[in-house]
Design a protein around this ligand. Structure first.
Ligand SMILES: Cc1cn([C@H]2C[C@H](O)[C@@H](COP(=O)(O)OP(=O)(O)OP(=O)(O)O)O2)c(=O)[nH]c1=O
Length: 192
């Protein structure tokens, strides 16, 4: 019997993993999410997803032999520049101005760590924003929604009002790609 853990503080990731039908427990490892010098966006998001999964596994002292720990990380990328979660309102407003009337990529990496090692998958989704006025941005900041989200928006909420098109995985933008997560977990369980 496999024991699945989700290494995450994100309620959205919990909801998406539950939607897939898995039973799991939560663990919340601490991880420094600062990019390394010259680190490229795909390298960063994969390193952080693997780091969350591995840090979660190392928190488990009992029963780690049959434990599988899922970690995930999401970033927004515009012309190669990485937008993480905003530090403050100025940071969020700058991000939203950058995203206005242009396309960007959302990169979400997922990783599963177990006694057998760590496997990962990267999912890249293209998102196009409509034009945002200064007052759109100001009002959006005051909803509170941007504060804890990569790129300072949530496609699943009011931020969805700004999305004119999306090509790729909607659930990956929200934080956990449903199809790829199921595939990665089933492939990892099958290896035991
Ligand atoms: C772009 C986008 C991001 N997000 C969220 C997903 C992630 O929770 C967050 C990016 O930060 P992350 O560091 O990936 O995750 P987190 O700190 O929220 O949670 P964890 O404990 O698992 O590390 O932004 C949305 O909810 N909607 C969106 O449209």
């Amino acid at each position: 019997m496999n024991t699945l853990y989700l290494a995450s503080t994100s309620p959205r990731r919990q909801q998406l993993l539950a939607q897939l039908g898995y039973e799991f427990s939560l663990i919340k490892p601490e991880l420094d999410e600062t990019p390394l010098p010259d680190e490229l966006a795909p390298e960063l998001v994969i390193r952080l997803a693997r780091g969350k999964a591995q840090a979660g596994l190392s928190l488990l002292t009992d029963g780690a032999a049959d434990a599988y720990v899922l970690g995930s990380d999401t970033i927004v990328v515009v012309d190669g520049h990485i937008l993480g979660k905003p530090k403050d309102s100025g940071d969020a407003k700058r991000m939203l101005q950058t995203l206005s009337n242009r396309g960007h990529q959302v990169m979400t990496a997922i990783a599963v760590a177990s006694a057998a090692g760590t496997e990962h998958t990267l999912v890249v989704t293209d998102v196009q924003f409509c034009e945002l006025s200064d007052s759109d941005i100001e009002q959006y900041w005051h909803t509170g929604e941007p504060a804890d989200k990569a790129g300072s928006y949530g496609i699943q909420g009011i931020g969805g009002n700004f999305v004119s098109s999306i090509s790729g995985s909607y659930s990956a933008v929200v934080g956990l790609p449903l199809v790829e997560t199921k595939q990665l977990l089933e492939a990892t369980f099958a290896q035991q």
